[in-house]
Write a protein that binds this ligand. Structure first.
Ligand SMILES: Nc1ncnc2c1ncn2[C@@H]1O[C@H](COP(=O)(O)OP(=O)(O)OP(=O)(O)O)[C@@H](O)[C@H]1O
Length: 381
């Protein structure tokens, strides 16, 4: 369903004008065809604002919000805080906010109810020695080793609207390093991750892995190559590359029930050629810290896959600071033990500063700066 209908569907006033006004009130851009897109064609921040518009469309007296700003950049976070405050006043509405962000609570709330453990200001995670400092390939690395992209272009075209999500983006991450990708909502971060993971073919540009050309789509990367880059998406229901999917032969469809023989029809037992479907193997349990931290957010790699380059998107959004640090500590441990390259997209600049070696800053689909995190996000360290 498209945004226009999604909002109209719940609206007390479903007229096109009222829907547009609501979307504008939620700070959504209306001039690039967003209203005619499906939620899957919106950025994460835009999806959250559409959800807010849908709730407001019903003209509620009480608005319940669960982590309304998780995964949003600071500018948007501030706007949403202001918006919630003004909605409460102008619409005479009670706003109840469940939130890990003490800043937002401080700015919006008249009353705070703390559930154990108490909200504390976000501590800066302690960084063990050796976590940082791999701004480029290490001494033992071959030249060109790691994941790299050059001149990536992606333009989305819908109903006559063209939106250039990536405009000549260059990217590099050395083996065993952690690269951060930051930028305002809609700047192209997720699109970049999806291209790196082989989920979206770029219109132009090249990818290389350890100096060798990397085919654009995961399914073209071969059995060994396709699994080497894995995505932990913002939305855990989204797909991760699964190169083996196409090759596995489909099981033969069960024969049509034989209505002539009651015994066979009842249970299918004894029907020639009919086999009980094999039980699906359960994936191995996620590491305990991740299970505890983000049961709904963590997208586990498929069984048997040991990705060497996971790209993670807001894996810590909506987590409290201690749990977020635990998740990133775990990923840092995996980096060391598996020589894993990590590409981390986040609006949490403190976490990006503490846990990455290099950072790429995106704005409107372009890289405006890239280099060592210590140079680009110095104040955060
Ligand atoms: N399938 C699509 N069709 C049309 N436009 C799209 C599609 N996917 C993304 N876009 C647009 O491309 C731009 C970049 O989207 P992207 O999801 O990469 O942003 P982002 O930086 O990850 O944002 P956020 O931080 O809000 O998640 C946005 O303006 C978005 O609306």
């Amino acid at each position: 369903m498209r945004v226009r209908r999604l909002v109209a569907e719940t609206a007390a006033d479903p007229s096109p004008r009222a829907v547009r006004n609501l979307l504008a009130e939620c700070r959504l851009p209306l001039d690039d065809g967003l209203i005619d897109r499906r939620p899957g064609a919106l950025s994460g921040g835009q999806q959250r604002r559409v959800a807010l518009a849908r709730a407001l469309a019903r003209r509620p007296d009480v608005l319940l919000l669960d982590e309304p700003t998780a995964g949003l950049d600071t500018a948007l976070r501030d706007e949403i805080a202001g918006l919630l405050r003004s909605l409460a006043t102008t619409r005479d509405m009670a706003v109840v906010l469940a939130c890990h962000d003490p800043d937002l609570v401080g700015r919006c709330a008249d009353e705070v109810v703390e559930l154990a453990p108490a909200l504390r200001p976000a501590p800066r995670p302690a960084v063990p020695t050796g976590r940082r400092g791999r701004a480029g390939a290490g001494p033992g690395d071959t030249p060109g080793a790691g994941l790299a992209a050059h001149g990536l272009e992606v333009t989305f075209t819908r109903r006559g609207h063209a939106h250039r999500a990536l405009a000549g983006v260059d990217f590099a991450a050395a083996p065993g390093s952690a690269a951060g990708v930051v930028g305002p909502s809609g700047s192209g971060k997720t699109t970049l991750l999806r291209v790196l993971a082989g989920l979206r073919r770029p219109d132009a540009g090249t990818l290389t892995l350890d100096g060798r050309p990397l085919p654009a789509l995961a399914r073209e990367r071969g059995r060994g190559g396709g699994r080497r880059v894995q995505l932990v998406p913002q939305n855990p229901s989204a797909r991760s590359p699964r190169p083996d999917r196409r090759r596995r032969p489909r099981p033969a469809p069960p024969p049509a029930p034989d209505h002539g023989e009651g015994g066979r029809r009842r249970a299918g037992r004894g029907t020639p050629g009919r086999r009980r479907p094999a039980r699906r193997r359960r994936p191995p349990p996620a590491p305990r810290a991740l299970r505890r931290a983000a049961p709904t957010r963590l997208h586990r790699p498929r069984p048997g896959l040991r990705p060497r380059r996971p790209a993670v998107r807001e894996v810590t959004s909506a987590l409290d600071p201690n749990t977020a640090a635990a998740v990133l500590d775990l990923l840092t441990g995996l980096r060391a033990t598996r020589r894993l390259t990590l590409v981390l997209v986040s609006h949490e600049l403190d976490l990006v500063a503490a846990y990455t070696d290099t950072v790429h800053i995106l704005a409107a689909g372009r890289v405006t700066a890239s280099g060592p995190t210590g140079r680009l996000l110095p104040a955060r360290r």
